[in-house]
Design a protein around this ligand. Structure first.
Ligand code: SF4
Length: 254
């Protein structure tokens, strides 16, 4: 089911870049206060482990992808062993997540490609990404088949690298779209650059993480997919979608 379409007027679409930047900062401040930033980083994985974890988490609830990851790690002591295991066995180990039949061969292909690029028998550590400018590190990851902008950003930000690259998940994307920080037809992939460009370039990993987490929490706790709780939303005054929902139509006010 698609979420209700945002009622974007020409005025909303014409909002200029500086105004969207200012709105992004204001929304950041209010949502960080609402949900209790700074948020503690939940992961202490090395970047390669974070990359595999991110691939498992695609369209999967956190608890289920965590279970799949834990079983994969308990079954195979190294990423090399995952790479070389029978695909059906890997699929069985990650059966708690969605589409294990697609994710098992994809994960093995990613591990093979990383091993080849590193020129090593085992998949190498991805710690060297910390030495690259962020766009290059993202491009390196996204040139691996099956790795998109959300996975590359999650690998850099959530892992022990703590590099300020911002992932945009479905909650974050929905909230940003309703607030008109991005246009109504911008998909999750292209939203990554557009939303990152609204943030101050000097922000550190904690600030970028707080921004992502605050918008994600808002999507989970207030700006629901099908029936957002606009009447209790702390950014209602910034949100054309919510204001249109709460404005009585001529027919309903008669
Ligand atoms: S006003 Fe409604 S639609 Fe807008 S961000 Fe808040 S909950 Fe979401």
């Amino acid at each position: 089911m698609k979420p209700p379409a945002a009622p974007f007027t020409p005025e909303v679409l014409a909002i200029d870049f500086a105004a969207r930047q200012a709105k992004a900062l204001l929304v950041h401040a209010r949502l960080c206060a609402e949900y209790g930033a700074p948020f503690r980083f939940f992961s202490t994985k090395d970047p390669l482990s974070e990359l595999i974890s991110a691939l498992l988490s695609h369209r999967t609830k956190n608890a289920e992808s965590h279970r799949a990851y834990q079983e994969l790690r308990a079954t195979y002591p190294t990423w090399e062993a995952v790479r070389d295991a029978p695909t059906e066995a890997v699929q069985h180990a990650i059966r708690a997540c969605t589409w294990p039949e697609q994710k098992a061969p994809r994960i093995q292909a990613v591990l093979r490609e990383i091993s080849e690029r590193c020129g090593t028998d085992a998949p190498c550590s991805l710690d060297f990404l910390a030495e690259m400018p962020i766009p290059e590190a993202r491009a390196w990851l996204e040139s691996i088949s099956g790795v998109g902008p959300k996975t590359s950003a999650a690998t850099l930000l959530f892992s022990t690298l703590r590099i300020p690259a911002m992932p945009v998940d479905s909650h974050h994307h929905r909230v940003a779209q309703r607030l008109a920080l991005i246009g109504p037809k911008v998909g999750e992939g292209p939203a990554h650059k557009l939303l990152a460009d609204l943030l101050p370039p000097g922000w550190d990993a904690q600030q970028v993480y707080d921004h992502h987490e605050a918008l994600m929490f808002h999507g989970q706790k207030c700006c629901y997919f099908s029936a957002p709780a606009c009447h209790r939303c702390v950014v209602l005054d910034q949100c054309p979608f919510g204001q249109a929902r709460l404005t009585p139509t001529p027919a309903s006010s008669e």
